[in-house]
Design a protein around this ligand. Structure first.
Ligand code: SF4
Length: 234
């Protein structure tokens, strides 16, 4: 296992100048060494989905199955999320799914790879990919899934438990809006123009899977996503 490094060069230098499409970004991200997480993970797990999606979902990081398949949200949590999206009145075919951090962070226990929450150094290093995705997708609503993604976008003081299901202005509600607005999104320093959008935080679908009262947790997720669906309809 690679040890965690205190510093990381960051992903920006791996974003080719003039990369206009998500496919170009995805190809470039496969070679990202912006932090040390690439060393132990199987591959970069970039976002996927509808390129004209008006709703972008942001999770924490790929899990074990996503790492093996190279696709985000393909495990049980992803299946549950798509069902909740459908039940909330959003079209599961018209969404884009991505993560705050694009490589799986884990520790080995015997042969098992156990999830480890990414640190701030990984979140910060990987942010250029997320900002580049936002710049290309220009979503109307960003749905943040779980505490790590919420902290990455909204800052450490944000509590999903208190503020879930609330529509917030984006990127104005970010702890540092300048991290997401008019920032360089490729290695040549091209700046992103981020149109105003809205953001909504909710629990991660994996938290629903772990919940003692599964039905109640699922219902809460659907209720939150219904707020996003209504925002799109207005
Ligand atoms: S986690 Fe992000 S910054 Fe780190 S190597 Fe992977 S893609 Fe690059």
């Amino acid at each position: 296992m690679a040890e965690q490094s205190a510093n990381a060069p960051g992903a920006q230098r791996f974003i080719p100048p003039g990369a206009e499409t998500l496919d170009e970004l995805r190809t470039a991200a496969a070679d990202c060494h912006g932090c040390e997480l690439y060393r132990d993970a199987s591959q970069t797990v970039f976002g996927r989905g509808d390129e004209s999606a008006r709703v972008v979902f942001v999770g924490e990081q790929p899990g074990d199955m996503e790492d093996q398949k190279g696709l985000p949200f393909v495990g049980p949590a992803g299946r549950l999320l798509r069902r909740a999206v459908d039940d909330a009145g959003l079209d599961p075919a018209s969404i884009y799914l991505t993560n705050t951090v694009k490589h799986f962070r884990f520790e080995l226990r015997g042969k098992r790879r156990i999830h480890r929450t990414p640190d701030l150094v990984h979140i910060t290093a990987c942010r250029p990919w997320l900002v580049a995705e936002f710049a290309r997708l220009r979503p109307a609503v960003v749905v943040v899934l779980g505490a790590t993604a919420a902290k990455a976008l909204l800052g450490p003081a944000f509590r999903v438990t208190r503020q879930r299901g609330e529509l917030l202005p984006w990127p104005d509600s970010a702890q540092h809006p300048e991290d997401f607005r008019g920032v360089p999104v490729d290695s040549a320093g091209k700046r992103a123009d981020t149109p105003p959008a809205q953001l909504l935080a909710t629990i991660h679908p994996s938290a629903v899977l772990r919940a003692d009262d599964h039905d109640k947790a699922y219902e809460g997720l659907v209720t939150d996503l219904t707020v996003a669906a209504r925002a799109l309809a207005t």
